[in-house]
Design a protein around this ligand. Structure first.
Ligand SMILES: Nc1nc2c(ncn2[C@@H]2O[C@H](COP(=O)(O)OP(=O)(O)OP(=O)(O)O)[C@@H](O)[C@H]2O)c(=O)[nH]1
Ligand SMILES: [Mg+2]
Length: 203
């Protein structure tokens, strides 16, 4: 069972990306469970869930952040025991810190759990967010295996921004994307390719 933790700033496109990923994954016959935080505005597509192959576990307590990462860990363990899907996808709240959750999984999770971290960066607001909220942006990117550089349909990913992201997420694979416009199969293929590049580099 592989786990994908999706973080990133409020409104950066986490849910949009996750919905595309779920379509791409299930189109390939993979089974997926989703853990959603209650604070999220937009949830996973009801139509996708109704079509089958996807189970949604709401996580109470407001948001998936470091304070309740123990609750997230037990939710994931329960999913593994009860459903054992191919993937568990977790949307973290816009304020969650990737590093803290990662540490909890490393320390207390079942050894061998394949944990992958993805941070969605909003290219359209990147310079503004970095200027105004640097500490938050920094903590959201730290510990990411993959940075999905989203909304490149609005603003293309420029080298300065990519360098800044690479500096905040050392070793991460950066994937420019337009989650809203892309085909689900493309999104899943790009993510899978990024994961294997990252693993090839020795996570
Ligand atoms: N132009 C454009 N808009 C996008 C893209 N991806 C997401 N959006 C829009 O950005 C807004 C926020 O998207 P969400 O997917 O809800 O973002 P989120 O990160 O889940 O938001 P919260 O859970 O509230 O933090 C929505 O209006 C989306 O339609 C994209 O690739 N291009
Ligand atoms: Mg969301």
């Amino acid at each position: 069972m592989d786990i994908l933790l999706c973080g990133g700033f409020l409104g950066s496109g986490k849910t949009t990306l996750i919905n595309k990923l779920l379509r791409g994954m299930t189109a390939q016959g993979l089974t997926v469970a989703v853990v959603e935080n209650e604070a999220g505005q937009e949830g996973v597509d009801a139509a996708l869930v109704a079509a089958g192959g996807i189970r949604v576990t709401p996580l109470f307590g407001g948001c998936v952040c470091c304070q309740i990462s123990g609750e997230l860990l037990s939710a994931v363990q329960r999913i593994e025991e009860e459903l054992s899907p191919d993937w568990v996808v977790v949307e973290m709240s816009g304020l969650a810190l990737m590093d803290g959750i990662r540490d909890t999984f490393r320390r207390y999770g079942r050894p061998g759990l394949a944990l992958h971290t993805l941070s969605v960066a909003d290219m359209a607001r990147w310079p503004k967010l970095l200027r105004a909220m640097e500490p938050v942006v920094r903590r959201q990117l730290a510990g990411a295996d993959i940075v999905a550089v989203n909304k490149v349909d609005l603003v293309s990913a420029d080298p300065t921004a990519l360098d800044q992201m690479a500096a905040l997420a050392p070793g991460a694979v950066l994937v420019p994307i337009s989650a809203a416009g892309a085909e689900p199969e493309r999104v899943w293929a790009d993510l899978r390719a990024a994961l294997s590049r990252r693993e090839g580099a020795g996570v």
